[in-house]
Design a binder for this molecule. Structure first.
Ligand SMILES: Cc1ncc(COP(=O)(O)O)c(C=O)c1O
Length: 331
């Protein structure tokens, strides 16, 4: 891939060599490293001077995705409310990043975790969560993620005292994680300069929680949700609302100004572009968010300044398959 003509390397190269030493820290548990992700400027994608694009690097959470935040918040709030006690198993339906996040937080805090997922999810999905000691329960491969939701509800209804069922789709702690974390962090880093926030929607926790926080900031921030254009799409992590079980936490009238339908190809192309032009190898839902933020950036009228923020949910290598933990000797 040939790089487009580029200005001279930016001032970034005048690196402060002590910066990494200052950033180095010690923590008592990996869960302390959840949140506090950096905002990375996508300078090479900006359409013109005066229109800044920033991306919240959620792939830098320890579980590798944006879902570490809500998983920790739901578990924290579950403990605080007395609904999650040491004898219970955390159970939810997810084959994706939330499953990794529950597994990581559960393991670090000493809780058992069980995940319900369709039988046909990739081997890598099963192996990553099992690596943390998580138990897997399989739902019908014919019924997709909605079938997994139905099965987890049945399991919990049969034996309610055994489980803590956070139910990320209808748990207010999910958007709260982004209200308290993602949104507050964006404001702390960019202040009232933020003019637009663009995020993909899966459970909708990211856009709802961050959107609410930004709307309270005083400045008129436009909040834009990106959803797959069709029911059949290739943007893992995102939901096409019209053909899905609508999440209970999705209240777009509260803080979402508009919804951008995103074709899979446009999102995939944007994911390639940020890997090639910004050194950011991210998953396809991040590609959708970047494609969305680029469309909005191009709409900014000439002469007007803008500061747009989007979210990079996870890294591209999460989608490599197979991803087996191999034990072998090198001779
Ligand atoms: C890769 C990826 N992208 C985007 C999202 C959507 O985030 P949210 O559930 O907060 O809407 C998810 C959530 O599961 C995800 O795993």
């Amino acid at each position: 891939m040939k790089h487009p003509a580029r200005k001279a390397p930016p001032a970034i190269l005048a690196l402060d060599e002590q910066a990494a030493v200052r950033r180095a820290q010690r923590v008592d548990s990996i869960v302390e490293l959840i949140g506090g992700t950096p905002l990375i400027r996508l300078a090479n994608l900006e359409p013109r001077p005066g229109v800044e694009i920033w991306a919240k690097a959620e792939f830098m959470n320890p579980g590798g995705s944006v879902k570490d935040r809500p998983a920790l918040q739901m578990i924290r709030d579950g403990i605080a409310s007395g609904r999650l006690t040491p004898d219970k198993t955390i159970i939810d339906s997810t084959s994706g990043n939330t499953g990794v996040a529950y597994s990581l937080v559960g393991s670090a805090l000493g809780f058992k975790v069980a995940l319900v997922m369709p039988q046909n999810v990739s081997a890598a999905r099963k192996q990553i969560t099992q690596a943390y000691g998580t138990e897997l329960v399989f739902s019908s491969p014919m019924e997709g993620s909605d079938g997994a939701i139905q099965l987890v509800r049945e399991l919990v209804a049969k034996d309610p005292s055994r489980y803590f069922y956070p139910d990320q789709y209808s748990n207010d702690s999910n958007p709260r994680a982004h209200y308290l974390g993602t949104g507050a962090e964006i404001l702390a880093a960019l202040g009232d300069r933020v003019t637009h926030f663009v995020a993909g929607i899966g459970t909708t926790g990211t856009v709802m929680g961050t959107g609410r926080r930004l709307k309270e900031s005083g400045r008129a921030v436009e909040v834009i949700a990106v959803e797959p254009e069709d029911a059949l799409h290739g943007l893992e992590g995102l939901k096409h609302m019209a053909s899905s079980i609508v999440p209970g936490i999705w209240h777009p009238n509260e803080c979402v100004d508009r919804i951008l339908p995103m074709p899979t190809e446009e999102a995939w192309d944007a994911a390639d572009r940020i890997a090639h032009e910004e050194g950011l190898f991210v998953g396809h839902s991040s590609g959708a968010a970047v494609a969305g933020v680029l469309r909005v950036a191009r709409e900014v009228p000439p002469g007007r300044e803008a500061c747009l923020v989007t979210v990079l949910c996870d890294r591209g290598d999460r989608y490599f398959t197979p991803l087996k933990w191999e034990r072998h000797y090198e001779w």
